[in-house]
Write a protein that binds this ligand. Structure first.
Ligand SMILES: [Zn+2]
Ligand SMILES: [Zn+2]
Length: 658
């Protein structure tokens, strides 16, 4: 979370709920001051799901204090004070802070509002300095706020943590009081119900209970191991992706999990991305290291802009020189990196065969395994891992083909959302900022505008909800992040789509156009299903572990009444086994429980593992050629003819019914 000051533009974009929550932060400060008048306040912004205020106070606030603070907050809300805005000069603001008045209920001689003085320093010269007052509480604040304290419908303090002033550990440590607020009580209660539900659905908890995946210290943190049941999820999703991509005209490829250092120098991942990669495997003598450093410097200089245009002779010479340098680099010794992304490998595959315009668009797909060195503090279940399998593909196309290719990728997302019952989603379209060309973004103004227009047109045409954010594109082109919400309203960033008009040139990728000229393709990076790890983490919580039949690790469990060791039950068990065999021959993940446990216990054990369909079989079913169907979460659906049940199951699986 960033403690950076919000820009005026960001403030302008604050939603009604954010205004309400930020207003609740002022009310929180008011209440704390009523109890502890000496309190000093730093910053109190709205955050995802609520707000906080950082306070400096000798008393250590604990959750036991919340009731008392909340009671004071309620009084301030009941008073329905107006949030009154005034503007002051910098000198006036400093004088108010020095008197202790800013972030206080009154002047406090000898108790200077020191953090407010620090905050004042962050306000750029020329920007208006404003104060907000509700009742006695006066604060330095750029707003915006709701009209009156009474507009805060419902709130609750949630936790207390510690935080450094302005996020800098050299600064004093403050107490951060968190809370949340909503328009009304119903929404507040719905939020806490959602949190409770989210706890029950936690993928780490369900992953363990349902035997889907595990972590092991000897294997290493952030390196998930997939148990058989979890592997089923992976393979079903991969099957879906392969079918969808095949129909979409993709070709599958396979690439190794590591590559030589020089490839990442070409791609530009080294040195810029080195921190996110696992350290290299060294196959190099000490003597070679120095020479390699020199080559690295020469190489990076050779990527500086050419003096006589991109296709000039100068560029040709530089390309020759680069080749020679890379050859020498390899001769000196070797260093290998685990791949953090699949793009460079795929670029090599594009370049492996002479390409003509007839080959385009070329769509290379792979569930590629990548390794990223996430800090251990960042690791979180399946959501943040160090080894991941990505639903990756790179589409190489001409400018003329770009729009339809991009459209097809969007359609693929929507198709997946439908299958997984994801009703709420948003495309976040990140564009460049012309002021940052040549710095944060590749210096190709025309291509930026052209590709951004194309992406925007596709988004508008598709009718999918999207927001546009400037200055957040990738270095080499505009990107789209897809945000989705699971059924209980928890937000999740699924994947990124990127347009790349810079890296193919670095790799010297070309195709022969109709007029026999050599051209560089555009590249679309896309991964609609993200990585198996994150996506399955999402699905576990989305479904609460109750996977639809097609995805269910154990689709059917046949439960004969009676056990293997009971001679009376032999006929029933033979019949049950025949059903299991029939299902397995048709590719259904069917098991059988032939223990002599009572049928109630058999059902309970299948329900615990969230087996999708249970087929209960007794003597009467055998005689009638029936099976009694029970579905997890739906209970007993009654007895039906065996053939009908089998046909239903096969159809539901084939159609991937939800
Ligand atoms: Zn404010
Ligand atoms: Zn890529």
């Amino acid at each position: 979370m960033s403690d950076e000051r919000k820009t005026l533009e960001q403030r302008h974009q604050m939603s009604d709920l954010e205004r309400l929550r930020h207003s609740a932060a002022h009310v929180l400060a008011t209440a704390i001051l009523r109890i502890w008048p000496e309190a000093q306040f730093a910053a109190g912004p709205p955050v995802e799901n609520g707000f906080y205020y950082d306070v400096d106070l000798p008393h250590r606030i604990s959750p036991e204090d919340f009731e008392k603070i909340e009671a004071e907050m309620k009084k301030e809300i009941k008073a329905n004070n107006v949030f009154e805005r005034t503007t002051v000069s910098r000198a006036e603001a400093i004088a108010l802070a020095e008197s202790g008045r800013l972030g206080g209920l009154s002047e406090r001689p000898g108790n200077v509002s020191k953090f407010k003085i620090g905050n004042l320093q962050d306000i750029p010269e020329g920007e208006e300095i404003s104060l907000y007052r509700n009742g006695d509480f006066l604060d330095l604040c750029a707003g915006p706020h709701v009209m009156r304290t009474g507009n805060i419908g419902a709130f609750k303090l949630t936790s207390v943590a510690s935080a450094y002033y302005k996020g800098d550990e050299k600064n004093p440590q403050l107490q951060r009081i968190y809370g949340t607020a909503f328009k009304n009580k119903t929404e507040l209660e719905a939020y806490f119900t959602m949190l409770e539900e989210a706890k029950k659905r936690d993928h780490r908890k369900l992953g363990k209970e349902l035997e889907l995946f595990c972590f092991d210290d000897d294997v290493g943190p952030g390196l998930p191991l997939w148990l058989p049941r979890g592997t089923v999820l992976i393979e079903e999703i991969e099957k879906l992706a392969k079918e969808t991509e095949f129909a979409g005209g993709y070709d599958r490829v396979r690439t190794p999990h590591l590559a030589r250092e020089n490839m990442y120098l070409t791609s530009g991942h080294l040195p810029y991305y080195a921190e996110s990669m696992f350290p290299p495997m060294e196959l190099i003598e000490e003597s070679g290291r120095q020479r390699r450093k020199e080559i690295e410097a020469e190489l990076s200089a050779s990527f500086e802009p050419p003096t006589d245009g991109p296709m000039g002779r100068d560029e040709e010479q530089r390309s020759e020189k680069r080749k020679a340098l890379l050859t020498e680099f390899n001769d000196v010794g070797d260093r290998y990196y685990l791949k953090a992304m699949n793009c460079p490998h795929h670029h090599k595959l594009f370049g492996a065969v002479p390409r003509s315009y007839r080959d385009l668009p070329l769509r290379l797909a792979e569930y590629g395994t990548c390794y990223r060195y996430e800090q251990s503090g960042e690791l979180f279940g399946l959501m943040r891992v160090r080894a991941m399998q990505m639903n990756d593909a790179h589409i190489y196309c001409t400018e003329a083909q770009f729009a339809s290719e991009f459209h097809a990728v969007n359609e693929m997302y929507l198709k997946y959302f439908k299958i997984f019952g994801i009703d709420r989603y948003q495309f976040r379209f990140s564009t460049h900022d012309p002021r940052e060309l040549g710095k944060k973004f590749v210096d190709q103004s025309e291509l930026w505008l052209k590709t951004e227009n194309m992406v925007r047109d596709v988004l508008v045409a598709s009718g999918a909800p999207f927001v546009e954010v400037a200055n957040e594109a990738a270095f080499y082109g505009p990107k789209i992040d897809i945000q989705i919400w699971n059924v209980i309203g928890k937000e999740f960033t699924l994947a990124t789509n990127q347009v790349d008009f810079a890296v193919p040139a670095r790799f010297g990728l070309t195709y022969k156009d109709r007029d026999n000229s050599s051209k560089t393709p555009l590249c679309i990076h896309r991964a609609p299903l993200g990585t198996h790890e994150r996506f399955i983490g999402f699905l576990i919580e989305h479904y609460a572990g109750n996977f639809p039949l097609w995805l269910s690790p154990e689709q059917v469990r046949v439960l004969p009444i009676g056990g293997d060791d009971e001679p009376d039950a032999k006929d029933v068990i033979d019949y049950a086994r025949a059903i299991q065999t029939e299902l397995r021959s048709a590719g259904v993940r069917a098991t059988i429980d032939v223990t002599s446990d009572p049928i109630k216990a058999k059902i309970a054990s299948a329900e615990t593992m969230k087996v999708h369909t249970m087929l209960v079989i007794g003597k009467r079913d055998l005689e009638a050629g029936n099976v009694a169907v029970r579905v997890h979460g739906k209970g007993n659906l009654g007895a039906k003819p065996r053939a009908e049940v089998v046909a239903d199951l096969l159809a539901a699986i084939k159609e991937r019914r939800s």
